[in-house]
Design a protein around this ligand. Sequence first.
Ligand code: SAH
Length: 274
Amino acid sequence: MIVPFQSGEEIHLVNKKGRTYRCTLKTGATFQFSGEAIPHDDLIGKEDGSEIALSRGTRFFIFRPTMADYTLHMPRGAQILYPKDLALIPMWADIYPGATVIEAGVGSGALTLCLLNAIGAKGRLYSYELREDFANRALKNIENRISPSPLGDRFFIQQKDIYEGIEEEDVDRIVLDLPEPHQVVPHAIEKLRAGGIFLAFLPTVPQIEILVRALQEARCFEQIETFETLLRPWNIDGRSVRPNLRMVAHSGFITTARRVKRLPKYRDENAALT
Ligand code: SAH
C-alpha cells in the first residue's frame, strides 16, 4: 500500500555513503545539508523509497523508518531491547492476534510496540511500569509511532509494581523485561491460563538460574527453555566477503515456560497448586 509522506511524519534521508539523516516533515520548513537545501513541501506527498535531489544536485533516498530504525532512535529512559531480541520475542512468546498479554516493565516502549503489532486490532495489552516518567515517555513514543490508529481499547499502561500482583484474569501471555521475573512467577500461576506462555528477558546467568528454579519448583510450568541469540552482520563489498569486525556480543537470554494444569493426583500432593 502506497501512503505518501505527510507533514508531521519522521523520515530518514539516506545518502550514497549510506549515512542516515533524520527529519520531521513540517509544511514550510527546509532540510539543510552542507550548504544545500530542499523545502519540506517538496518531500511531503512523495512516496517511501523515492530519490530526491537537493538544491545543488546531491541525491538522497527518503524512507519511512522501519520499526527497528524507530525503536533504536526514539527517546530513551531505560535501556531498550534490541531488534534482534524484539524480533524473536513475539514468536517465542507466541503472541497472536486477539491475545490478552501482560507486559512489564515498559521502559522506553520498544517491546510494547512490537507486542501491539502482534496482538492486532482485537488483542489487549496490559503494560506495567514502576516509574511514572518512563511510562509517560513510553506512551509518547508509542503514540508517535502508532497514531492515528486507535489504541484506547487495546492498550492499557499503568504505573504499578508487577511484583505485587497482576490484576487481569485469563491472561494468555506474560512477557517480562525487568530484573527479578521470579517475583512474578506466583502471580503468573494465578493469572496465566493453562497453555499460556511466560517469557522473560534477562541479561545475566545468575538471574536465569533463580528464575528457572522458581519456575521448576512451582510445578505449574513445563517446557522451560532458555536461549540466547547472536546476530553477526556481514561485510559484502567486492571480494571482501566476511563477517563485520564488530558486533553486539551480548544482550541477554530469553527464558520461556508453558503453564500447565496437572491431573488431580498431582494437585493433591501439593494443595497450594492448581
Ligand atoms: N523492554 C523495554 C525496556 C525495559 S527496561 C524496552 O524495550 O524499551 C526495564 C523496565 O522495568 C524499567 O523501565 C523499570 O522501571 C521497569 N521495572 C522494574 N521493576 C519493575 C516492576 N517490579 N514492575 C514494573 N516495572 C518494573
